[in-house]
Design a protein around this ligand. Sequence first.
Ligand SMILES: [Zn+2]
Length: 556
Amino acid sequence: MALRKSASQCLLAFLLLCTAITTDARQDAPLPKAMSLITEEGLRFHLNVIANDETEGRNTPSAGVNIVSRYLATVAEQSGLKPIVPGGSYFQNIPMDVTLVSESRSRLRILSQTGESVFYCPQSFLGTTAGAWAGEVVFVGYGLSVPDKGWDDYGKVELAGRSVIMLEGQLPEGNPLRADRAALATRTSTPRSKGAALVLTVISPEREKEMAARGAGFQITPRATLLSTFPTQNQARISANPQPPARSGQPPQQAAARPAAPVGTAEIRHEVAAAILGISKEELDEMFATIASGKQVPGKAVNKRAELSVITERRPGSSPNVLAVMEGSDPVLRSEYVVVSSHHDHLGMRNGRAMNGADDNGSGTVGMLEIAKALAAAKPKRSVILAWFTGEEKGLWGSHYFVNNCPVPLEKISASLNLDMISRNDPKSLFLIASDNLSKELDASIRAMNDSYSKLTFDYVYNNRAHPDRFYYRSDQYPFIRMGIPGVWIFCGTTPDYHTPNDVIARVDFKKMEKVTRMIYLVTLDIGNKPALLKLDANPEVTTRGKHNTAVDSIR
Ligand SMILES: [Zn+2]
C-alpha cells in the first residue's frame, strides 16, 4: 500500500511536472519561423533602392516619391498582397494644387545709365513669392545690424524703397555673432522694418561652386497644398482661405492674384552680384573671405536699379499613398484589419543636395516590405493593411486622407502600428508613443512580444502630450487616434542628422532595424489573432471607433 501509494505519488508528481512543462512551453511559445525572413540584408537591399540620391529626397509631390511608390507596390504585389483601393489599384492618389515659379516668365532686370542686364530663373536667381518689386540698389555687406555688439552694416543708410543686396557669408568659428540668432535675425528684419522694397542675397561661395560643378542653377521646388482639409487635422492647420481647386485637364494658370509680399526676396548667383556691384568674381570672393575672417565688408550705394518679377503657375497635381492588403486566414475575422503604416515621402532637395532620409523614413518604409515577406509565409486571422503614406512631412497629409477616405470601415480596424524612424540611437531602447492612449491591450501586446523576443527597453518620455517636442502629434498614428482607433508610433528618436543631408544609409543600424521590424511583425500577428478587436479601455470619452471621435477634445 505504502509502495502503491508511493507509486501513485510518483505518477502524480510526474503528471504535474508534465503539466508544468506544457505550461512553460505555452508561455514561451516558439517564435514563428517566418520572423526570420525579416533580415538585415533584405532591409539593406530595399533601402539602397529608395534612399539614394536618384530618388531626390522623395518630396511630395515629385517623380522621386512616385518611383518609390511604384517600387513599394511592385514588391507588395510580388509578396502576395492585394490592392485595396476601389478599382483594384495599389495607389490612393491625393489631389493637390502645385505652385511652381515660372522659369520662362520670371525676370531680374538691372538697369543703369548705360543700359540693362536681364537675368533668368533658375539659372541666375530664385525668388519664391509671386510679385514685382523695384528699387535703387544699396549694398550692405553681410547685412548684420547689432550696434551694441560692435557690428552695424546699415548705419544711417536709407533703405526705404531700395533694393538691398547682401552676402550670405559665414562668420568664423568662435565669433560670438555666428550663432547669435537674435543678431542674425536682423539680416532680414532690418530691411523689412526700414521699408526696403527688395532684398537680394548673394549665395555663399560653397553653393556657387556646387552649382557651377553641376552646371545647373537653383532648384525650383514645387509648393503643394491639399485641395481639401479634414476633420482630423488640427484646426490651426486648416487654411482660413482655401484656394479654389484647379481642375485637371485645364492648362496651367497663373496663381490667383495675392497681395505682393511687402518685401521681395531672391537669391542670386555670383555673376549677377558681380554685374550689379561692378566688380570681378575674384573681388566678390575676397568679400566673402573678409566676412569669414570676422571683419565687416563696407557697404555702398550702387547707381543702379533692380527690378524683380516672380511669376508662379498653379497646376493640379497628386501624390500617392500606397495601400496593400494581406487577406486574413480566418473566413470571418478577415473582414477586420490591422493597419501597419509608415511614410515614404521626405523633404526633397535642399541647396542642390538630395535629402535621402534613410532613417526618416526609409527605415519604416522598407521595414514594411520585409513584414510583407514574412506575412506571405505566416499571416494572422485578421487581414493586414500595409499603408505607405505620402505627404507626412507636409503635415501628415497621407494618413489624414486615408482615415477620411478609408477603403474599409474604420470600425473594423483593430489598431494602427506606425513605423517612423526605426534605425538609429541606442541599440537596446525604443520610444513608444500613444501605445496606451486608447487601448491598454495595444501597449500590453507590444510589451508581451518584446518580452518574448526583442527585449528592448521602452521609453515613454514622448508619450506625454505636453512634451515640448510634441511628438505625440507628429506622425501618422495621430489621425487614427483621432478616429478612435488605437495607434502607436514606434520610434527610435531623433539624431543630429535629423532633417539634414546626413540622414544617409551609412549611418543606419541595420541590426537594430531588423530587431524592431521583427518585433512589429510579432505584434501584427498577435493583434491580428486576438479573439476580438482591441478593447477601447483607456479613455472613457472614446469607447467606439469612427468619425465622431474627431470632436473629442481629449484626443486632440
Ligand atoms: Zn518621419
